[in-house]
Write a protein that binds this ligand. Structure first.
Ligand SMILES: NC(=O)c1ccc[n+]([C@@H]2O[C@H](COP(=O)([O-])OP(=O)(O)OC[C@H]3O[C@@H](n4cnc5c(N)ncnc54)[C@H](OP(=O)(O)O)[C@@H]3O)[C@@H](O)[C@H]2O)c1
Length: 314
């Protein structure tokens, strides 16, 4: 099968190449000797990749810390199940699915991927594969940051960093729908995008003082570093700083600082799909490219707002 592979950690996305890799062996997987209980083979129709994935250790090593190169990156998938391993329940061959794949195994920038069934949810027939792949990681990250870790409720306020980004734009919409007052941040050029996604306010981090927003119940941080440190001071008593950019370097004076890595969750994926279908959640896709053009798409000459999705099959 065709796949994008990486072998050189220092090279970043410039080191991506289009290569031939072995197709998953469906027959072996289905047999007892496969013993990959819970795995399914997905014919990939659309794949998503997160900008700094090649910096994650899991791109380069397996669960036992062994070199796993050449690695296939990309952990968001939308496609069709073509094979089930022995003992897999809950999904059928021919079913449309979307979800997240394991960090430490070959990913979705390929014609096929092997993934645990529990990481996937059914993708409704009227949701395009491209859209499905674009909301899996971004939607789950926003959902878990706001509701599971941030415990945000109607009537409270949230400061969402990186509002024009893939995760930030999801967080704005989910928070707004939940009756939360949303203050968003980003570069000056992102103001209109953030407001279009439903933010009540926008703070231009290039020109405005973030401290001007006063206190919030939750900060959703995608940056870390100096912005993350300063954000801790904006959290009201009893509030939370949630980060997806690694362990926070500062904790709110009278609140919690939580970092997390998104986990697959079938029920939450289904909630996200429901919102995409009925228009409550709009995806933020910047460009769509083919697998043949993926290396070029991930090495743009100018910054592209929104997520790059690879349409593996038409
Ligand atoms: N822990 C987890 O489970 C998890 C899950 C998903 C994502 N993440 C992480 O979350 C981060 C965001 O992911 P994403 O996919 O949303 O990325 P993204 O689409 O690139 O969004 C980031 C946004 O923030 C903006 N930005 C970056 N630096 C800025 C600065 N100094 N001031 C103002 N705006 C700035 C970017 O603008 P420009 O494009 O102009 O730079 C972009 O609009 C990444 O580090 C990713 O790895 C973590």
């Amino acid at each position: 099968m065709k796949a994008i592979v990486v072998t050189d950690r220092a090279a970043g996305t410039a080191g991506m190449t289009l290569a031939e890799r072995p197709e998953p062996d469906v027959a072996r997987l289905a047999g007892l000797e496969g013993a990959n209980y819970g795995d399914v083979v997905v014919e990939v129709h659309a794949s998503g990749f997160t900008g700094n994935e090649l910096e994650w250790p899991s791109t380069w090593i397996d669960r036992l810390g062994r070199d796993r190169t050449p690695s296939i990156p990309g952990h968001e998938v939308a496609g069709v199940v073509t094979g089930l391993s022995y003992g897999t329940t809950g999904l059928s061959v021919g079913q449309r699915v979307f979800g997240l794949t394991d960090w430490t195994r070959d990913g979705t920038l390929a014609e096929y991927v092997v993934v645990e069934a529990r990481n996937l949810a059914p993708l409704p027939a009227d949701v395009d594969f491209t859209v499905g792949a674009s909301v899996a990681m971004t939607g789950l990250t926003a959902w878990q940051g706001l509701f599971e870790h941030g415990h945000i409720r109607a009537g409270q306020s949230v400061l969402v960093h990186g509002a024009a980004g893939a995760v930030g734009s999801m967080a704005i919409q989910l928070a707004r729908e939940a009756g939360v007052y949303v203050i968003s941040t980003g570069r000056a050029a992102h103001r209109q995008t953030a407001l279009d996604f439903g933010a009540h306010e926008f703070v231009d981090l290039e020109n405005d003082a973030m401290e001007g927003v006063g206190g919030v119940d939750l900060v959703f941080d995608v940056f870390g570093g100096d912005i993350g440190r300063r954000s801790a001071g904006l959290v009201r008593s009893g509030g939370t700083l949630v980060s997806v950019a690694g362990p926070p370097e500062a904790r709110p004076a009278d609140g919690l600082a939580i970092d997390f890595v998104v986990v697959p969750d079938r029920a939450q994926l289904s909630e996200i799909a429901r919102r995409v279908r009925d228009g409550r959640l709009r995806t933020h896709i910047g460009q769509v490219a083919t697998l043949d053009d993926a290396v070029v798409a991930f090495n743009p000459t100018e910054r592209i707002e929104g997520k790059t999705i690879i349409r593996v099959r038409r």
